[in-house]
Ligand binder design. Sequence first.
Ligand code: ADP
Length: 451
Amino acid sequence: GCNGNGAAAAAGVVPEIKFTKLFINGEFVDAVSGKTFETRDPRTGAVLAHVAEADKADVDLGVKAARDAFDHGKWPRMSGYERGRLLSKFADLVDQHTEELAALDGADAGKLLLVGKVIDVPSATQMLRYYAGAADKIHGEVLRVSGKYQGYSLREPVGVAGVIIPWNFPTMMFFLKVSPALAAGCTVVVKPAEQTPLSALYYAHLAKLAGVPDGVINVVPGFGHTAGAAITSHMDVDTVAFTGSTEVGRLIMESAARSNLKPVSLELGGKSPLIIFDDADVDMAVNLSRLAIFFNKGEICAAGSRVYVQEGIYDEFVKKAVEAAQNWKVGDPFDVTTNMGPQVDKEQFEKVLKYIEHGKSEGATLLTGGKPAAAKGYYIEPTIFVDVTVSGFHKHTAIRKNASHQRMLTWVCQEDMKIAQEEIFGPVMALMKFKYVAHPRMSQTICILSF
Ligand code: ADP
């Protein structure tokens, strides 16, 4: 079952925290306002560190440093090979600090230490090395126009890139966005999420050690509506890369459009379905669906939060899924036997519990979980709901043509319940049963119907 005691027992491990100031132009500095904010340990709710709080004035300084480094510095002017070499060194240094970095994310985000060591940090350096290798392979094309005319294209770095990242994968998100920007010769201003600012500051330090010039990477921890908004609306930021909620994605696109029409790349939320058919290997399907929703505490934009199971295997699937959820051990993320740590912060913890209440009050059946898993900290039990209702399908069918011009009936899911519609971002599985029925008027079409 869920193990709250384990959580309390091992919650003492707190890594040493070395960097808590803003990183601007190669130096760790206080915020202009002198303000700090607290980042907390979700295992206990205790303050982990006071971190310098960037606001508009600090973002201005970060952007100015990045602008100068781009307009006048050597980073975009050195050869791609040379940039790649420095980025490879950066990757080596990150690898050498894997344990410490995984522990920082573990304490800051409640992520599993072991997973950090074998997945988050190694994938981050893999990305960094991929782009380090790409740095000297960026080329354009020669285009035949007409007659004796030719055109050519040249790929150039866009300039200063604003990077705004979420808290669920602080390390991978940092490198997913920063690595290609640096490889291309851009300079960056990174705002980590206010819940998890620590590892990004450490990465800035390691980049400097590797020889990445001052001003190329700037890190400005702070809140979204202040520091984040100052980046997206900045006239001297040339592009923004964002991962986070759909709501904030809309704000970012709007703010980019209102300021200098900077292009943005947005990676937003989801409510991903798993569809499990009668001929599936039930044990394997149960295992994979458990991983899909409970891995990283369900704090994944692609979490398998809706699970549709065909009627023939439904009862067996439900029984095994409940057992599997009860065997998914909740506890201290530093304990190697733990499967799932605490939600990232109090706000998310309360938000997930509220969704669970919605599920119950809207009439879904709670089969397992549904409560905090420990007396302190932001632990939630792996939760499964069944009888998650779906509104009538007739209203929501649409006839489309597929690639070979066959008529297809697409069933547009319009689930009634909040837990089937909205991204919970927590360990809550909504299970739904479906069967096939032949559509009365369309011989080739099969219709998926929830009932
Ligand atoms: P989540 O719901 O996962 O916390 P958010 O979209 O709120 O996701 O946060 C993702 C990142 O976006 C965080 O770094 C956050 O500070 C930042 N952010 C939030 N609001 C804004 C905003 N108005 N402008 C720019 N960045 C923002």
